[in-house]
Each structure stands twice: as C-alpha cells, then as structure tokens.
Unconditional design. Structure first.
Length: 368
C-alpha cells in the first residue's frame, strides 16, 4: 500500500508518518523543502514541490498513484483537483475560521460562536463576514465536492490551534515562558483568562487523522471537528506552563478591550468569547480519545521549546509589551483598591426550597 502525505514537517506530520508506516504503508512526503525534521524516518520518500500551485504539484508527483493521500498543507482545493486522478481516498486538513463568529463575534446573536460549536453550525457565507473565513469555507466546499461527485472518498478535518514539538507558532508557550525566564511577577489576561479555545496536542490530532484512515467507509464524506477531549481556560494554560517553568505568575484580569499585551493569545486578535468545538461526532463515529493527556502534552511542548529555543527577534516582540503591562497592572490595583472600599455587604445565600427542621410545620425556620 502506498500513502502520500502533503506537508509532513509540521507538528502532526511526523506522528502521521509513523502511524502510516506502522500500518504497513510505503510513505511518500511532499512539501516545499523549506525546512526539515529529524523526526522523519529515513525510509520515507521525499518529493519537493509547492502544493500551493497545481502545476508544481503535478510536476512533483509525475505519474505516481496512491492508495491514500493526506493533505495537511498547501492550497487544499488545488491538491484535491490534482489528486483526484491519482488516488481514491483523500483526507484533508483545514481549520475553524469557517465558523461564523470565529473572527468577529458580533456576526452572531448572541455574540460569539455557539458553545460548543458543532460541525453543522453556521459558517461564513461571504467575504463581508470575513475574507479568510470565507476562503476556508469555500475550500471545504471545493474539497467535499470531489466526494459528492464520486471522484474520491473524502474526509475533512477542522483542526483547532495545534500545539506540540515542531510547531512554528508557539505563541502562548513563549508568551508565558519568556515572562518566567525574566522573572516577571505577573501576567495580564483579557477578562481574567476565562476564555475556552479548543486546542489539540500534535499526537492527538495525528491520531484523529489516522482513525479516519483506518475507517474509510465510516468517515466517507464527513467533516469532523477535532481537538483534545480535555480543554483548559487561558488562565489554566498560563498556570500549567508557568508551573513547568517553576515560576508562578500572578494573573491580573484586565478588560478584553485594553489587554493589548495579551492580544496575540486570542485567535485572530479577536474577542475573548469562547471558541470551543463539539467533539461528539468524531468520538461517536471514529472512537476518538486523546492518545496523550493534554496536561502531559503541554509539559512535553515546554521541554521541547527549552531544548529548541525560539529566535531572539521573536522574543523581543513579547518583551516590548512589558512596560504597558506594568502600567495596566498599576491601574488595575488602583481600581481594585477603590472597589474594595465600597460597601459590599451581601446577605448570606440560602436557596429557595424549604428545609423544615420539625414535622408538620407550614413554613421552615427561614420562613420558606
């Protein structure tokens, strides 16, 4: 059996490749060749070609055919068009910006994405609702049309924010880790960091793709959300990463509109509304469960980044916000002190239902 993986050097690629090899596939990897990974086994055939353009993809593939193709990179609509004569089975990976409310919470009423968002919930319908989200949505349509027209058996995944070794964008990790390295006492978070944003550890997301590869009939023509089963709030992410760095950070809540030092922690620099995906379909259809506990996944990623540090110029983008962060903390502390001086005399809570201490009384001791 022959399998093609387009991409391969990102966070999920090495795990998908090892999974395919373990299943007996001869694996070919195609990408631009702009970076390599020592995690790719030597027996994998490597092709160089740019999957963003159909002509370069055609040239790189030549007359090769495959039993299975998985596309995690490139312009997926072009990839599907080129591969429909080279394979009967295609698995593609996209993302969640196709959901209405993802980039602009105000597109929905009430504001924000549904919590959690199911595969059947509303998608971006025009460029006016978000140019990138509409591009993602129309790409999904183009890929799934290949299945509808019986050209290929297609399954598509809406990847969440993926974390793990070999990830190019490690925003939340370096944001926290650099503050720990610099022995910062605090970190501001929008609205206290209570946002839930679906993330997925790289090995877990590879497991999701491999489950679809194992079950082509069950997953045929399906679009799946995926992500870790266990999710953490933004504040919990900061707490876990800081603990692994052995430097606790005091989380200071700041209204979302003014939390500029933490803006990049919110996808698309959007609002602090939840972006939580429903995983019921992939769990029910494919039997998905986390291969790696997300807490362990976070710790592994921290350790990998310690051994493979981010370029200093990227870290300077983080430290540039320290001054305004400190000023925001001072403002918060002043406001909190003023708020604490107000009369907050609140009566004790007692729920509404009667709990009589004696028999045959019309009302209990609290006159309920």
């Amino acid at each position: 059996m022959k399998a093609l993986l387009i991409g391969g050097t990102g966070p999920t690629g090495p795990h998908i490749i090892r999974g395919l090899l373990a299943r007996g596939y001869d694996v070919t990897m195609l990408n631009r060749g702009s970076r390599d990974s020592d995690a790719i086994p030597p027996e994998v055939e490597r092709l160089r070609g740019d999957p963003h353009f159909p002509d370069t993809l055609e040239t790189a593939l030549g007359d090769r055919n495959f039993d299975l193709a998985i596309a995690t990179y490139g312009r997926i609509r072009y990839v599907a068009e080129v591969l429909n004569t080279r394979t009967d089975r295609l698995i593609t990976v996209g993302g969640t910006p196709s959901y209405r409310g993802f980039a602009d919470a105000g597109q929905n009423f009430p504001a924000g994405m549904p919590v959690p968002a199911r595969e059947t919930d509303g998608l971006v319908q025009s460029q006016d609702e978000g140019k990138f989200g509409f591009l993602v949505k129309t790409t999904e349509d183009a890929v799934m049309l290949q299945h509808a027209e019986s050209r290929m058996n297609v399954t598509h995944f809406r990847y969440p924010v993926v974390y793990g070794p070999w990830q190019l964008r490690t925003v939340i990790f370096e944001w926290v880790m650099q503050r720990c390295r610099d022995r910062r006492p605090h970190a501001i978070l929008p609205d206290g960091g209570l946002t839930l944003l679906t993330r997925g550890f790289s090995e877990n997301m590879a497991e999701a793709v491999l489950l679809a590869a194992d079950q082509p009939q069950v997953s045929a023509g399906k679009i799946y959300n995926c992500g870790d089963e266990r999710q953490f709030t933004l504040a919990q992410w900061v707490e876990i990463i800081a603990a692994e760095m052995d430097w606790p950070l005091d989380i200071v809540p700041v209204p979302d509109a003014y939390a500029s030092p933490a803006r990049e922690l919110i996808t698309f620099y959007g609002s602090s509304h939840h972006q939580l995906l429903d995983l019921d379909l992939i769990k029910r259809d494919l039997g998905y469960t986390d291969a790696v506990d997300p807490m362990e996944g976070i710790r592994r990623t921290v350790r990998w980044l310690i051994d493979n540090p981010t370029a200093p110029d990227k870290l300077s983008e983080i430290t540039a916000f320290y001054e305004i962060e400190d000023r925001l903390v001072d403002l918060y502390n002043g406001a909190a002190k003023a708020a604490a001086s107000l009369d907050h005399n609140v009566s004790d809570y007692h729920h509404a239902y009667a709990h009589p201490r004696e028999r045959n009384l019309a009302r209990d001791h609290r006159d309920r």
